[in-house]
Design a protein around this ligand. Structure first.
Ligand SMILES: Nc1ncnc2c1ncn2[C@@H]1O[C@H](COP(=O)(O)OP(=O)(O)OP(=O)(O)O)[C@@H](O)[C@H]1O
Length: 849
């Protein structure tokens, strides 16, 4: 058995070194009693009692071990008791240390006791490398002592020793690469450890495993020890490669040992080796610092990234809250805005849908007399008859507002603005100026010709405002603003933007403007409609219309929608020589201010509903007059049902379901209706004048010097969008905005019956622009009503020809003859003597002629 084991060690470095060590010891202390090729185990067993070692060191260094425990028994006899050789070995190790020669441990000599059993082999294998040298350490120690001795001899008795490590200990796996160590031990011992290559640990493990497996198999075969019958059977039958199977078993066992039981330094080495394999620079590498820096940078970046991530999450949460708040605020804002608009319109309604503002033109230089006695901030105005400078010459009027001669355009517009803005909320608005020639109608409505921006009149400012609003609301509503400009003269409507100078004669005598719904739209038939984008566009069109303008007359409508809010500017002069005109204008304005139209309504109703309402109204009238009649087939029959009053001019609220046909002129001498029951109609019929009436009504209609001129702007909203998208954009509000702006201008004539010319600029503001063709074609059905409304305005101011004649007979005013031709009426127009503007107007008229 010893031979078998020895045979396995012959090729190893340990064995060769052991031979060398044994040979040297023999040269010192004599034969050791071992063969020429002793195994490590045998060699160690001979040294176990420490005698040889102590004797050898005493030879090298006499007295190194002063007292050696001698064993007088034969070498091959039973070993000494442990305490005996332990003392020798201990003394040897102390001496070795004193000589600074690498020592070993006493336990290293114990290995030799584990022999012949499988346990030994396993243990040997497992600890092999580990302690490859328990025996090797002993051998190394002896060889180091040999070296010491050689050096001592060379140096003349002074031995030396460099601290060296056993090659076996340092490089336990480096078995095959140390072939020359024994032949040149001195040189080899000085070699730096780092110069030697270290094969990967797993290769070494594999080699070791193979080796152990081989040993195991040989041992098992020799001892016939059967570990596993099946395994051996497999080996015998050749089904399995014995060495491979055992090697596999041992590798598993070995790896387990490595993980759990290996010495810490080995594991460190191993992890270091693994670290190398992952290209991590070694600690002494110059790149190691960079590596460490990068590592710390990575850690720092990771931390920063996590911080940023959490900040981002926080910001995101914050943003979400803010967004929710903003969204809630926006919703609230729109709600408040809507409520504000509603309240604003309510206020407008409460103020009355016909409002009369009086504006006094500044006195012209040289005119000393002043009829304006008092201008109150509450809308009161007192004028003084220059011929009766006493108290009884004063006449008081009450309007919604009175603007004195110093009032600026801005101040006037500020009061007008809410009314104009309500156009965009669906209300019809009509604004017109009324008064004697040269008193500033054009100035108020358009501004002075060639004036600066601050002089701009209501037309400009209103359009600017409307375009501005449409711009602000474009996210919600798309307004399509379109313009028509027509002239009405002698019952003819003429499109001033078409360039066609021929007027169209319409087979009706009434013109009416009312708010339409449905897709019928509101436009004058056959009049071209222009889409405009800005105020400038509108006024460019107006300039074009001016060129084509002619005078026209129209009949009077006794019905009106003239669902609208109306603002009248009564223009008066402060000069005494205009007192007659002034009082006439004021009286008329006063009368207008007593008219009630009922609450203006947003136009949402369809044309069918409007017609049905008219029919209901007609039936109510029929019932009221106790003259039951059959239901008229068409709404236009209303005119036939109304008692033919020649001088009757009525403005009524057609939407009111109650009868509203009572009119001032129809009072039959009774008292003026109290406010709640005030007439919905304005009658200028003279004979019903009552002396008992209050101040305003003391002015008999026939005393009214009818306006010679007036200018008007009508802004209407109407219609209903057919576009579902538009509807949804308007929050279910089905109507869309449309506005009509009309400017009326009468030839300057003192005759109330004179014809007037009317310029009409109509703007449609629509959401989600419907097809223009639809709009225009659908307007045909309402054309007559539109024109009727226009005529209503004219008639409201002028009355009919007969009315004019009647007035003339009553007041003695030299009215232009109603039968006179248009041209002749124009020629009778009179101007204040020193009024340049009037002269300009006259020139303008001449040009037209
Ligand atoms: N408030 C005012 N401040 C300064 N000038 C004014 C004012 N009102 C009118 N005027 C001036 O009076 C003159 C006549 O005004 P304007 O042409 O507007 O009168 P009108 O009523 O339109 O006349 P017509 O009916 O003849 O056309 C113009 O020169 C105008 O600048």
């Amino acid at each position: 058995m010893e031979n078998c084991a020895t045979a396995g060690l012959h090729d190893t470095l340990t064995s060769r070194k052991a031979e060398e060590a044994a040979a040297w010891l023999e040269s010192l202390v004599g034969p050791l009693g071992i063969s020429g090729h002793p195994s490590e185990k045998v060699f160690i067993s001979r040294l176990r009692n420490g005698l040889i070692l102590c004797n050898a060191i005493n030879k090298v260094h006499p007295g190194a071990v002063p007292k050696v425990v001698e064993n007088h028994t034969p070498l091959q006899s039973q070993p000494l008791p442990a305490y005996q050789y332990f003392e020798n070995v201990r003394n040897f190790l102390v001496a070795v240390e004193e000589l600074k020669v690498p020592a070993f441990e006493t336990s290293d000599l114990e290995r030799g006791n584990l022999t012949t059993t499988l346990q030994y082999l396993l243990e040997l294998c497992i600890y092999d490398t580990l302690e490859a040298g328990s025996a090797a350490k002993v051998v190394d120690c002896i060889l180091a002592l040999k070296l010491y001795n050689e050096c001592k001899q060379i140096n003349g008795g002074n031995g030396f020793y460099k601290s060296i490590r056993s090659p076996m200990v340092m490089h336990p796996a480096n078995v095959n690469n140390s072939q020359s160590l024994s032949s040149d031990s001195c040189r080899r011992l000085d070699m730096p450890a780092t110069s030697e290559k270290q094969p990967p640990a797993n290769v070494e493990i594999q080699k070791l495993s193979d080796f152990i497996a081989k040993l195991l198999i040989e041992h098992m075969a020799d001892t016939k020890e059967n570990i596993n019958d099946n395994l051996l059977m497999s080996f015998r039958t050749g089904n399995m490669d014995k060495e491979k199977v055992l090697s596999k078993i041992m590798v598993g066992c070995f790896e387990d040992k490595l993980q759990n039981n290996f010495p810490e330094n080995f594991l460190k080495e191993r992890s270091k080796s693994q670290a190398h394999s992952t290209l991590v620079p070694s600690e002494d590498s110059s790149k190691f610092k960079d590596y460490e820096d990068l590592k710390s940078l990575l850690t720092k970046t990771k931390t920063e990234f996590e911080d940023l991530q959490s900040m981002f999450q926080t910001d995101l949460r914050e943003l979400r809250y803010q967004l929710q708040e903003m969204s809630a605020a926006a919703l609230e804002y729109h709600r408040v805005l809507k409520e504000n608009r509603n309240l604003c319109n309510m206020v407008q309604d409460l103020k009355g849908n016909i409002r009369v503002y009086c504006r006094i033109r500044p006195a012209i230089t040289g005119k000393k007399s002043n009829v304006i006695y008092f201008v109150g901030k509450d809308g009161s105005l007192v004028i003084l008859d220059p011929l009766k400078p006493r108290k009884d010459g004063r006449k008081k009027f009450q309007f919604n507002q009175v603007f004195g001669p110093t009032a600026t355009q801005d101040e006037v517009y500020n009061d007008t603005q809410p009314l104009i803005r309500s156009v965009m909320d669906g209300y019809n608005v009509c604004i017109f100026a009324y008064g004697q020639t040269g008193l500033g109608k054009t100035y108020t409505m358009s501004g002075p010709s060639g004036g600066s921006i601050k002089d701009m009149g209501i037309n400009y400012m209103a359009l600017n405002d409307l375009f501005q609003i449409s711009k602000e609301r474009k996210e919600v509503i798309n307004y399509d603003i379109q313009v028509q400009m027509v002239e009405i003269y002698n019952e003819q409507v003429r499109d001033l933007l078409s360039g066609d100078t021929s007027a169209t004669k319409y087979p009706f005598t009434f013109l009416e403007i009312w708010s339409c719904s449905g897709d019928s739209g509101l436009s004058l038939p056959d009049a071209r409609m222009y889409t405009v984008m800005s105020t400038t566009d509108v006024f460019n069109l107006m300039k074009l219309g001016e060129v084509n303008r002619v005078v026209s007359s129209t009949a009077v409508n006794h019905r009106s929608s003239g669902h609208a809010k109306t603002l009248m500017f009564a223009r008066v002069s402060p000069e005494g020589d205009s007192f007659g005109q002034t009082i006439s204008t004021l009286q008329f304005a006063q009368r207008v201010s007593t008219v009630e139209l009922g609450a203006a309504r947003v136009n949402k109703e369809s044309s069918e509903i409007m017609q049905l309402k008219e029919q209901v109204e007609n039936l109510r009238k029929a019932l009221a007059s106790k003259q039951p009649r059959s239901l008229p087939e068409k709404p236009k029959a209303v005119s036939e049902q109304t008692p033919p009053r020649m001088w009757r001019l009525s403005i009524e609220n057609g939407s009111n379901m109650k009868s509203q046909t009572v009119n001032l002129g129809d009072r039959k001498g009774s008292k003026t209706p109290s406010l709640p029951n005030r007439s919905r109609r304005l009658s200028l019929e003279g004979p019903r004048y009552s002396k008992k009436d209050n101040f305003q009504e003391k002015v008999a209609p026939d005393d009214i010097s009818m306006p010679s001129c007036f200018e008007a702007v009508t802004l209407l909203k109407y219609g209903q969008s057919q576009d579902p998208e538009a509807k949804s954009k308007m929050n279910g509000h089905s109507s869309f905005a449309s506005s009509t702006m009309q400017v009326y201008n009468l030839p300057t004539t003192r005759s109330p019956s004179s014809s007037y010319r009317k310029r009409s600029v109509k703007t449609h503001c629509r959401t989600q622009i419907p097809l223009k063709n639809n709009l225009i074609s659908s307007a045909n059905g309402k054309g007559s009503q539109i024109k009727k409304s226009l005529q209503t305005i004219g008639k409201l101011i002028n009355g009919s020809e007969k009315r004019a004649m009647r007035r003339q007979s009553l007041t003695g005013f030299q009215a232009s003859g109603s039968n006179r031709s248009h041209d002749s009426r124009r020629n009778t127009r009179t101007y204040p003597p020193d009024n340049k503007a009037m002269a300009l107007t006259q020139d303008k008229v001449k040009n037209i002629q």
